[in-house]
Design a protein around this ligand. Structure first.
Ligand SMILES: Nc1ncnc2c1ncn2[C@@H]1O[C@H](COP(=O)(O)OP(=O)(O)OP(=O)(O)O)[C@@H](O)[C@H]1O
Length: 259
């Protein structure tokens, strides 16, 4: 299931503004890759370019390559909707469909994919996904209650269940814990450790301890100044980034001297 992503010389634009410049990085399968860096350096923009969500904004475009296993995701004959099925995304604020039940939330992706499935098969996917998101014990008995009635942490795990229900190869997470309390954050971090056995995970986080705890690889992005593009300064195994980074800016950032 998990796939590797090779990014080569990626420039990302909003109209004429180049927000991210010249990023090259290999994102390994069955591992968590953390993206860190000060506000505005382009982490979220970069994340959205990995599943072609960036281009949904008017005037937004990319130059360069994003290759998943052997498939160039920006090739002219690739359907971006297919890309987004393979590369799922979880956002900062949990966003379950508020009027839908827990069950319908998890099944929503299957329905969007127009898959004709028997009820028993959908039941199976819903249970497997909720188990995968560590929610089955808590919510297995409340499948038909609205998704909006859950705690923030449960809602975020519900969104993760919804994302994995369609069996993506890659999961992108944009600050998935920033709206959560420490206990729910812990639950999501545990979940990431489980999910990386099957998925490629990329997470944007402002929390250095979290990056150090959950990730195998870390990319440090930085920006030279307002109006300048963000750049990938350093990318390496997380242990190296946090113990012996090559660049002074990386060390300054992770030790809290700026950002
Ligand atoms: N929709 C948009 N239109 C134009 N410019 C944008 C848009 N979204 C982001 N930008 C700009 O692109 C740059 C990178 O923003 P981005 O949100 O990717 O940074 P970030 O590192 O994720 O920041 P943060 O940590 O604060 O979330 C910033 O200069 C930002 O103002």
């Amino acid at each position: 299931m998990a796939k590797r992503i090779d990014v080569k010389d990626l420039d990302i634009y909003y109209g004429s503004f180049r927000a991210v410049q010249s990023v090259s990085m290999t994102i390994q399968p069955r591992a968590v890759t953390a993206l860190i860096g000060p506000s505005g350096c382009g982490k979220s923009t970069y994340l959205r370019a990995l599943n072609r969500m960036h281009e949904l904004m008017p005037g937004a475009r990319v130059e360069g390559k994003v290759v998943m296993d052997d498939e160039d995701l920006y090739d002219s004959d690739i359907d971006p909707v297919d890309v987004r099925k393979q590369v799922g995304m979880v956002f900062q604020r949990p966003n379950p469909f508020p009027t839908m039940s827990v069950y319908e939330n998890v099944a929503a992706g299957l329905r969007l994919n127009n898959k004709r499935m028997k009820k028993s098969a959908v039941d199976e996917v819903v249970e497997r996904s909720l188990r995968g998101a560590n929610l089955w014990e808590e919510l297995g008995g409340r499948l038909h209650k609205p998704g909006s009635g859950l705690s923030g942490g449960q809602q975020q795990r519900l969104c993760i269940a919804r994302a994995i229900a369609v069996e993506p190869a890659v999961l992108l997470m944009d600050e998935p814990c920033s709206a959560l309390d420490p206990l729910s954050t812990h639950a999501i971090e545990d979940l990431m450790a489980e999910l990386k056995k099957d998925y490629t995970i990329v997470i944007v986080t402002h929390n250095m301890q979290q990056a150090a705890r959950v990730s195998n690889y870390t990319g440090f992005f930085n920006i030279a100044g307002t109006g300048q593009p963000g750049e990938l300064v350093e990318f390496d195994e997380t242990q190296t980034i946090f113990s012996t980074p090559t660049h002074a800016a990386t060390e300054d950032y992770i030790s809290g001297r700026f950002g």
